[in-house]
Design a binder for this molecule. Structure first.
Ligand code: HEM
Length: 501
């Protein structure tokens, strides 16, 4: 009798579970079909059920070209769509339609792809959202105050000098120069010194464990972004790359933790503002002393975020600028004239006033970031159903904002592939849509390091231009721009430099 009722209850239990699962599955299928019907109103690649467009996506250089080709193909559409498995992605390729993502306090949550950065950056400024993000943003904004940035100008000048000395010795030895590698090492030294007050000497010692781990980590995160087979933590941790990721993570976290602890021991509140040079880290440690809810882990998240966001981006932008300057002699001539007029024959460090005077260089940097925005696309979660250009955009799905294509909209940039710094003269840009140019993103989640980056780019480029003439060796197509986390050349940027007499 007991056995009979046990059997009965077990059967009932299994039936309930099975019918519950079946019901959920039916509901999911129903939602999925509805989603397909809604999203496929938009133009896009032919999709397969469940796979979406995953099987059609290209990698590396070809992926960016694929996005470019589809954006040109659908250029009269406000957006187009791409399915990653069963997840639709709305591709925003026009500034005026991306406005909905920038202009309000909604849609500020980053898309699911950013989760791959969590083990490294935690939920720091770049990856967090909601209250945590707004508290952090409020805390960190003062560290980018104008006066504090002035302090970092000397770091930039010092590192730029080291870079030009290395470049001079390479020129003397007639060695080929990969300017991307040189600028990356220089930008890493600048950000390490500014964010942590630590000199990692990347320019002279590119093989240090920390320097290698930063480079390898950015590479590994990118691989993971684009390979669905690496998305599951369980599987990833068992692969060779997953193990390498764990190894790098250990090096990076041990380094930043050690620096934070040492700096905290050294820090004396009374002394802070009289210190010769204050790092971002000092300001965060000071905030921690005033607000006990801030933990060392919170600080490490932010320091790691600065390290990640703060060097490859600037280095890539300055490298593309060198490539474009070196292939446009008329632009280079004007730049040399401007630099000579402002700096003369002196070797003195650049001042803030010099930076303000370098107006043509400013136009060149802006136009370079139009053609080669360091962050070529970024993602958001749609926070509520909305209408974009007559199409319904569904809550909870992903929006991908393609700055690379927004910057090639013929409506605002005729002959968009042409490098023409004059596009940014005030008279030529006054009627441009505010979201037609977004290299630093826009709205509440814009780049907090924008002014720092602009200062650094000017110092690095003016330092090269005052001593050297640049000649590009390859064309843009030969360089194969790759849109990973950062828009970088596939195999560096080889250039020839000639010392100016
Ligand atoms: C040319 C150089 C740079 C470019 C083009 C650039 C561009 C961007 C873009 C497009 C975003 C938004 C990313 C997204 O929504 O996923 C961003 C965010 C951010 N950037 Fe930059 N960046 C540059 C340099 C820097 C530097 C030097 C720092 C630090 C010193 C920095 C720190 C950050 C941080 C912390 C965020 C997250 C801000 C937030 O969500 O509140 N960036 N940057």
């Amino acid at each position: 009798m007991i056995e009979l009722s046990l059997n009965f209850f077990l059967k009932l239990f299994y039936t309930l579970i099975a019918s519950n699962l079946l019901l959920r599955f039916i509901k999911w299928i129903f939602n999925y079909i509805n989603k397909i019907n809604s999203v496929n109103q938009l133009k896009g690649m032919y999709m397969l059920p469940f796979l979406g467009n995953i099987h059609q996506l290209k990698t590396k250089h070809e992926f960016l070209m694929q996005i470019r080709d589809f954006s040109y193909k659908f250029k009269d559409e406000p957006m187009w769509r791409m399915w990653l498995g069963t997840m639709p992605n709305y591709i925003f390729h026009k500034g005026e339609y991306a406005e909905i993502l920038f202009s309000s306090s909604k849609n500020t949550q980053k898309s699911v792809q950013y989760d791959f950065l969590h083990p490294w950056l935690g939920t720091g400024l770049l990856t967090s959202h909601g209250d945590k993000w707004s508290t952090r943003r409020r805390l960190i904004t003062p560290t980018f105050h104008f006066e504090i940035l002035n302090d970092f100008l000397s770091v930039m000048n010092e590192q730029a000098l080291i870079m030009t000395e290395i470049l001079s010795s390479l020129v003397k030895n007639k060695q080929e120069i990969n300017i991307f590698e040189r600028l990356k090492a220089c930008a890493l030294d600048v950000i390490c010194e500014s964010a942590m007050g630590q000199n990692v000497n990347a320019q002279n010692d590119q093989l240090s464990d920390y320097v290698r781990a930063v480079a390898r980590m950015s590479e590994l995160v990118t691989y993971r972004f684009f390979d669905p087979l690496e998305w599951s933590d369980f599987i990833y941790s068992r692969t060779q790359r997953g193990k390498d990721y764990k190894r790098c993570l250990k090096i990076l976290h041990e380094f930043s933790t050690k620096v934070i602890m040492e700096r905290d021991n050294d820090l004396d509140d009374v002394d802070l503002m009289s210190k010769k040079r204050v790092a971002f880290l000092d300001l965060l440690l000071k905030a921690k002393r005033e607000d006990s809810s801030i933990t060392f882990n919170d600080i490490r998240e932010e320091v790691d975020t600065f390290m990640f966001e703060g060097h490859d981006t600037t280095a890539a932008a300055a490298s593309w600028a060198c490539q474009l300057i070196g292939s446009h002699p008329e632009v280079q001539k004007k730049l040399h004239q401007e630099v000579d007029l402002i700096l003369g024959e002196s070797n003195r460090p650049l001042t803030n006033d010099d930076l303000k005077e370098l107006k043509y260089l400013d136009l060149v940097i802006k136009e370079t970031l139009r053609l080669f925005p360091s962050v070529p696309y970024f993602g958001r979660v749609i926070s509520e159903d909305c209408d974009v250009g007559g199409y319904k955009v569904l809550k909870g799905e992903t929006a991908v904002i393609v700055a690379y294509m927004i910057h090639r909209d013929e409506k605002y940039y005729p002959d968009p592939e042409k490098f023409d710094p004059d596009r940014f003269l005030p008279e030529n840009s006054k009627d441009r849509h505010p979201y037609a140019y977004i290299p630093f993103s826009a709205g509440r989640r814009n780049c907090i390091g924008q002014r720092f980056a602009q200062m650094e780019e000017k110092v690095l480029l003016a330092s090269i231009l005052r001593y050297f003439e640049i000649k590009s060796v390859k064309s843009i197509d030969e360089l194969e721009p790759v849109g990973d986390l950062i828009l970088h050349p596939n195999n560096g940027i080889p250039i020839e430099l000639k010392l100016r007499c």
